[in-house]
Design a protein around this ligand. Structure first.
Ligand code: GTP
Ligand code: MG
Length: 117
């Protein structure tokens, strides 16, 4: 299991971030490695960012077997939860999205099932 660094978050400086992006891209799409499954973890409260949409398109273009995990749902109020999930679904289209919380462990079993399916 490979835990890739986040491509969206601006913690690294400009050049470092660019380099990380290139490394992620070449690992996923242009290397000798193949992945059985790719789990794309997004922040449910933030929704699909432009970079997430680019990644989604690349995963589709390269026919990757991927799962989208909408993390941090514990931070959302019930009404926001439905709104945010609907927004994400609209952007993603026809694909499984697992509502998830690493804090409450919601969605863990569903994710494990999907990974080993
Ligand atoms: N409330 C809440 N916080 C979470 C959840 N999952 C992660 N966090 C918090 O979010 C922050 C980032 O978590 P990481 O696991 O480091 O995220 P990451 O995507 O691996 O980050 P990078 O690898 O640096 O891109 C930490 O402070 C976590 O405690 C969640 O489900 N709920
Ligand atoms: Mg990380």
């Amino acid at each position: 299991m490979v835990d890739l660094p986040g491509y969206g978050f601006a913690r690294a400086s400009g050049l470092g971030r660019e380099k990380i992006g290139e490394l992620i891209d070449s690992y996923l799409f242009n290397s000798i490695y193949t992945q059985k499954k790719v789990v794309m973890i997004i922040d449910a409260g933030v929704g699909m960012t432009d970079k997430d949409i680019l990644m989604l398109n690349e995963l589709r273009n390269h026919h990757k077997d991927f799962i989208i995990v909408a993390n941090k749902i514990d931070k959302l109020k019930q009404s926001d939860y439905h709104k945010k999930m609907a927004e994400i679904k609209k952007v993603v289209g026809d694909h499984l999205i697992i509502p998830f919380s690493n804090k409450t462990r919601k969605g863990v079993l569903t994710l494990v099932d999907e990974i080993f399916k």
